[in-house]
Design a protein around this ligand. Sequence first.
Ligand SMILES: [Zn+2]
Length: 243
Amino acid sequence: MLVKILTNQRGPVMFFVRGAQRKGFKMAADILPFTHGQYVGLFNDDGLSYIVSAGETHQYQGIVNDLDRNAYATYLLDLVNQAFKEGVGISGWYQQISTALDLINQGRDPQIITNVLEVQLLNLLGIAPQWDRCVICGNDQGPFDYSESYGGILCRQHWALDEHRFRLDQRTISYLRLFAHLNLAKVGQVSVADPIRKQLTWALDKIYDDQIGMRLKSKRFLREMDHWTAELKKSRDQIDKPT
Ligand SMILES: [Zn+2]
């Protein structure tokens, strides 16, 4: 069986696991999706890499047993897989990504955790938006807005330069600027109001669509899930209303 594992030394690596289809295979639990642990194996630059044993493995139960968390974690790992070349060390990123999975597993807002990584991974995906100050004049005092054509934020004096600027709420802009430098290991509870959550999704989806041209199946599934959740809520509200 071929199993892809995100490793700290070499990023995402495809491993060959011998005998995985056999009944009573001793590493069966170690290679389940959303499992983390210590794996011993052989990296092979020219051919298949192998895993020979595993220890201290734990499956993220909070992710496996919850559709919403599962969908976000799947998309997050899909994104990570796109952002890192196989075989290249990912240094500090490994910690940030595993903290993200820990937090989603614990039940922290999976959308917000994913949004943080979406903002940060833009740098590896070929566009590095300027979030700190106005792209044109360097002003670091808001209000700001995001411009795709200028690749970063514009201060109010320069909004006129881009008629297609995003017209984001200042709270959305603040979160995007915060996310760009956020160390998830040091984050307390973050609670984001619903309209701002929606705008964050809209802005990041648009940047990924327009500027990177990335359309992942796992992202499409997330959006379909949002749609059905909203439909379900609507029909529930109708049932609750007295006639
Ligand atoms: Zn400016």
